[in-house]
Design a protein around this ligand. Structure first.
Ligand code: CUA
Length: 473
């Protein structure tokens, strides 16, 4: 056969490879946000070195094997009308021993560093200071973040201190997800019912991209997150700020947006976990929302949803998907499906089902969220119950900030019972005891989800106002 014709399909494949090579090489650009080559921490660094080591071994094997193949094709090709076969080497013991032993040595050379690194990286080093523990819980399609012992919970943006080892303890609430911060560490699957741990350290400050790396449903590709590595003092400031109350709302839109948020969004999204009892209860609250969803998926109107406490301090929106700014936030609230197909908010939340949010409502809710930030560390915090209005109005604000994550003001049960007509269930003393010592009076059929001491974060005046409001329902 003519050699040129023989090589034609090979040549077209080479051309194709050359055409797509630039696209493949984009992944190797160290500056790329999700590049595994531009590493920023020791775990990813070691893993990248191991990859490079194995890569060069593979290059040598590739060149030798393909070289021998091409040599054989050319040297032993059929020439002219000569039909005779070249000398056969089948059954050559010496050759077969050589090409068995060489791969054994190659595999041993790869296995020794690989296994060593797997064991080295299983736990953070014991001689490099305290390890920061962070709990991660993966949801379709966002990330719940908890700093155990700190009474701080948040979502989708993980703050860590530069130079300190961090150990992530990870759960999944639904399907298999995979936690991956390319510049800091390799990926780790999170399997429902199992606990997975991964540790990493950032050597430099940065806003690192994270991505769910296991197909987990419709919005998988948009299940992103960020790791914000900050200097230790800055990290501590952030941690402290997450435990301070929000600033007073300023703009008319934000003030109008607060009750709209309370009525339409706060059943699933908490904004009050700057208070320790609410932070401690957040996991229970989200688990309650999750089981309420599972109990009746057909008609469910609730789902575990991202915590939005001090939301305005974040940089991204929609689980690390787009920048947080007024324009994007309005677009997200108005039509979440246009931004992130398949998200549960559009599918489940009543305002979308009923199409009941006007464009003014959307703008005002966005304005409210964009003013949700903590007061400065040295701010003088006004005594509670000092905000004017009638007792019922003040009580409504207290309810929106503290209770509406678990209780509706209608008949619908969320995590706890709906509170319409609560005064018919008992007198003032009963309502007061339900708030101050919730364990003593759990309504039949509900879990004891309210944390002990929940009411102790409220001042006596706030408690009186809250009771006045509840009796008005
Ligand atoms: Cu979560 Cu993919």
């Amino acid at each position: 056969m003519n050699l040129r014709r023989l090589l034609r399909p090979v040549r077209s494949r080479f051309l194709l490879l050359f055409a797509i090579a630039p696209a493949l090489l984009v992944a190797c650009n160290k500056e790329d946000a999700q590049s595994t080559f531009g590493t920023s921490g020791p775990i990813a660094d070691t893993q990248a070195s191991l990859f490079i080591f194995i890569f060069w071994i593979a290059v040598v094997v590739f060149v030798l094997v393909e070289g021998a193949l091409i040599y054989s094709i050319l040297k032993f090709r059929r020439r002219g009308s000569d039909e005779s076969l070249p000398a056969q080497v089948h059954g050559n013991n010496k050759l077969e021993i050589i090409w068995t032993i060489i791969p054994v040595f190659i595999l041993i050379a790869i296995a020794i560093p690989t296994v060593k690194i797997i064991f080295d990286q299983a736990d953070p080093p014991t001689d490099e200071g305290a390890v920061l523990d962070i709990n991660i819980r993966a949801h379709q399609w966002w990330w719940e973040i908890e700093y155990p012992g700190e009474d701080v919970v948040t979502s989708n943006e993980i703050h860590i201190p530069v130079g300190q080892w961090v150990n992530f303890t990870m759960h999944s609430d639904d399907v298999i997800h995979s936690f991956w911060v390319p510049k800091l560490a390799g990926k780790l699957d999170i399997v429902p019912g199992d606990v997975r741990e991964i540790n990493m350290k950032a050597d430099e400050a940065g806003f690192f991209f994270g991505q769910c790396a296991e197909f987990c449903g419709e919005a998988h590709a948009k299940m992103r997150f960020r790791v914000k590595a900050e200097e230790p003092a800055e990290f501590q400031d952030w941690l402290d700020s997450m435990r301070r109350p929000p600033v007073e709302l300023v703009s008319d839109d934000a003030i109008a947006g607060q009750p709209l948020f309370a009525a339409n969004c706060s059943t699933c999204h908490a904004t009050n976990t700057w208070q320790a009892p609410a932070a401690r209860n957040e996991r229970t609250r989200l688990a309650g929302l999750r089981s309420a969803y599972l109990d009746n998926q057909e008609d469910a109107v609730v789902i575990a949803a991202p915590n939005l406490t001090h939301f305005a301090t974040r940089e991204t929106l929609g689980a690390g998907l787009i920048d947080l700014n007024a324009e994007n936030l309005i677009e997200w609230i108005a039509n979440p499906d246009d931004v992130k197909e398949g998200n549960r908010m559009k599918e489940l939340a009543v305002p979308y089902r009923n199409n009941s949010l006007s464009s003014d409502d959307v703008r005002q809710i966005a304005a409210y969220l964009l003013e949700l930030k903590p007061v400065a560390a040295d701010a003088v915090i006004a005594p509670a119950g000092d905000s004017g209005g009638t007792a019922v109005e003040r009580g409504a604000a207290t309810f929106a900030g503290n209770c509406s994550g678990c209780h509706s003001t209608g008949a619908d049960a969320v995590v706890g019972p709906g509170l319409a007509g609560v005064s018919s269930r008992g007198d003032d003393a009963y309502i007061r005891e339900s708030i101050v010592d919730p364990g003593a009076v759990v309504v039949d059929g509900f879990p004891p989800a309210m944390p002990p001491g929940f009411g102790t974060t409220l001042s006596a005046e706030q408690l009186d106002d809250l009771i006045a409001y509840l009796k008005s329902l």
